[in-house]
Design a protein around this ligand. Structure first.
Ligand code: HEM
Length: 97
């Protein structure tokens, strides 16, 4: 079975973690470093912790993912908040009103 990633649904809509094996193929090490240090995505991706990683660790992540090759399939497209994604999905509560 193909790798399955949980859809994350909350007030931001529904997001699917990017397939990094595909994503990294088109990025050089220097492009990845630049990207990682200014990364910002929708939740629940912890982009703020990736931004704070040091260059040596970011280079190691780049080398490791590239060595795996471009496996798997692209993640499903982002679903806006007013649309229901196909189940199952992880539902986050909204902030208290
Ligand atoms: C070292 C760990 C991680 C790295 C290096 C990483 C890296 C990335 C990158 C490069 C993207 C694509 C950003 C772009 O569009 O340019 C992404 C997207 C995403 N990641 Fe991560 N990630 C990590 C951990 C996680 C974790 C722990 C989660 C969830 C629990 C997560 C969830 C997501 C989601 C949902 C997206 C898509 C966000 C959107 O559609 O806006 N990631 N990640």
């Amino acid at each position: 079975m193909a790798y399955w990633r949980p859809p994350w649904r909350g007030p931001w809509g529904t997001t699917y973690a990017t397939n990094l094996r595909m994503y990294m193929q088109s990025l050089s090490e220097e492009q990845w470093l630049k990207k990682a240090k200014s990364l910002k995505t929708r939740p629940p991706m912890p982009w703020f912790t990736v931004q704070q990683m040091n260059s040596a660790d970011l280079r190691a992540i780049h080398a490791y993912i590239r060595h795996l090759g471009p496996g798997g399939e692209p993640a499903p497209a982002y679903v806006p908040p007013d649309k229901e994604p196909p189940p199952p999905f992880v539902q986050f509560p909204g902030p208290p009103k």
